[in-house]
Design a protein around this ligand. Structure first.
Ligand SMILES: [Fe+2]
Length: 255
């Protein structure tokens, strides 16, 4: 069995910056890492699925690096719409790249893991995949054969039923759906961006979205306006076995 710790949407800021939503993102991240160190020192990876920093706070990548190095667990990073690829790579030069995107694949135990870059090229907040990224995903799906395949993306390629979040999802997701529909082996999608726990089925495979260790968005299925909710922060623990993948959701009781 292999274990991944999954976090998403940290929104870290430089020390002299105002906290997003009036909540210190670093204090909450540290509360997560304390528990992760105590309970999950056996994890194979920490995966953070994008929005590592708050927009225009590139100095926060250095803070994140220090925090991650202290955990002593290998980590993998994705970019989100709040990230700056160039600043991210200047602090994490080892982050995998393909065709200029922060996009890479690896084996963990019997499984293959894809880390997909869904960031729009024009700086917009919705997600997109260009032909180069789609080509790479197709190659990687082929390479995975019938092994368990875990696909991490910042932007969900589906609606979760919250209009203000759904309009910012991965657009033009049909090509990705067609690629995934051909797969027979265990496959699971893990998406960030929405600051909520949701799960379901898309393109014939299970998906999950995840809360942020920082703040959450409200489950508002009527209005088209993003509002914060008071729900607690959280992270995920993913267990991978030859014939199955399990996601455990963990809420943290922090103020
Ligand atoms: Fe995002």
């Amino acid at each position: 069995m292999n274990k991944l710790i999954w976090l998403t949407d940290l929104h870290l800021v430089e020390p002299d910056r105002e906290w997003p939503a009036g909540v210190d993102p670093l204090r909450r991240l540290r509360a997560c890492f304390e528990e992760i160190e105590a309970q999950h020192a056996d994890a194979d990876r920490i995966v953070i699925s994008g929005d590592l920093i708050q927009i225009r706070s590139p100095g926060a990548y250095r803070i994140l690096r220090d925090e991650l190095e202290a955990t002593r667990t290998p980590y993998r990073l994705l970019a989100g719409n709040h990230d700056d690829r160039e600043a991210l790579l200047s602090v994490f030069p080892e982050a995998g790249q393909h065709d200029g995107f922060i996009q890479y694949a690896e084996a963990v135990g019997d499984a293959r893991i894809l880390y997909v870059d869904t960031v729009a090229q024009d700086g917009k907040h919705h997600g997109e995949l260009c032909p180069a990224r789609i080509r790479w995903i197709a190659e990687q799906i082929e390479l995975a054969g019938d092994k368990p395949l875990l696909v991490f993306l910042h932007h969900p390629p589906f609606d979760i039923g919250v209009p203000a979040l759904d309009r910012l999802r991965l657009l033009d997701a049909d090509v990705l759906a067609a690629l995934l529909q051909k797969r027979r082996g265990p496959t699971h999608l893990f998406c960030g961006h929405v600051h909520r726990n949701a799960s379901g089925l898309w393109a014939g495979h299970p998906f999950a979205t995840l809360k942020s260790p920082h703040v959450q968005f409200d489950l508002d299925m009527k209005r088209n306006k993003l509002e914060r909710s008071g729900e607690p922060p959280g992270y995920g623990v993913v267990l991978i076995r030859r014939h199955g993948i399990v996601l455990n959701y963990r809420d943290l009781p922090v103020s």
